[in-house]
Design a protein around this ligand. Structure first.
Ligand code: ADP
Ligand code: ADP
Length: 224
């Protein structure tokens, strides 16, 4: 059983902006929606979980151990899909995935198999030789998800995974995420309830850096 425990996490930018204010959350395997308006602190939470941004206070335990004791090692346990596209336009899909595999320390002889596996999962195999700049927005999002799946991590942090997609593409990405959930903790941030209502078992609402509500998705949809 996987467990992620966020304990009293706070983050202040530029000495004045309280992006996160004593956030306490506990997750077991399943899909969770992290909802809140723009500026609520969702991205900051993901960036602290992934070691991109440093916390000012608090701790995060993964299966009982602080992730900050050895953040480099913790990086082997999660996949992160950032909100902003940061792809290399002139590389092909396969070249880009190879590059990410190298960054993640996958052994040379295993790389081809791993690329095949993630392309197959995300239904991108037909595009493996296409250049990234020729992909549609939806396919670029799928490629970002693909990179998060390399090494089959037990934690997935997906920051607005359906941002900028049309309804059909959104549904595709949602279905894809649902198909991945087995034995993983998947955190999905969004400012739209509809993005997560059919896939998340629980929803966390964040506003002004504080957790204002955490409950089962069913309950929340019924009462709010
Ligand atoms: P969300 O992802 O929910 O939109 P963010 O975590 O991006 O929220 O932002 C939370 C707050 O922190 C906002 O007020 C935002 O302007 C501020 N913020 C985010 N990143 C930085 C930064 N690098 N420097 C200063 N302020 C920041
Ligand atoms: P998000 O809401 O996901 O953070 P934004 O478009 O608000 O997306 O922010 C884009 C980038 O700018 C992020 O890396 C964020 O941390 C940073 N950022 C956001 N607000 C500020 C700010 N007030 N000052 C400096 N950087 C910021």
């Amino acid at each position: 059983q996987t467990n992620l425990e966020i304990i009293g996490i706070s983050k202040i930018y530029d000495k004045t902006i309280k992006a996160l204010d004593n956030v306490n959350l506990s997750f077991n395997s399943g899909v969770y929606g992290i909802l809140g308006p723009n500026g609520a602190g969702k991205s900051t939470l993901f960036k602290i979980l992934t070691g991109i941004v440093e916390r000012d206070a608090g701790n995060i335990l993964y299966n009982g151990k602080s992730i900050f004791k050895d953040i480099e090692n913790f990086k082997n346990n999660f996949g992160y899909m950032p909100q902003n596209e940061n792809l290399y336009p002139d590389l092909s899909v396969k070249q880009y995935l190879r590059y990410i595999c190298l960054l993640k320390g996958i052994k040379d002889k295993s790389i081809s198999d791993e690329i095949k596996r993630v392309l197959n999962l995300t239904d991108l195999t037909v595009k493996e030789n296409n250049k990234i700049n020729s992909l549609s927005g939806g396919m670029k999002r799928r490629l970002l998800l693909c990179t998060a799946l390399i090494n089959d991590p037990s934690l997935l942090f997906l920051d607005e995974p359906t941002a900028g997609l049309d309804p059909k593409q959104k549904a595709e990405v949602r279905n894809l995420i649902s198909s991945l959930m087995e034995n993983k903790i998947i955190l999905i941030s969004s400012h739209l309830t509809e993005d997560i209502e059919n896939i998340a078992k629980e929803v966390v609402f964040i506003d002004s850096g504080r957790v204002v509500l955490k409950d089962s998705t069913n309950k929340i949809l019924r009462y709010y």
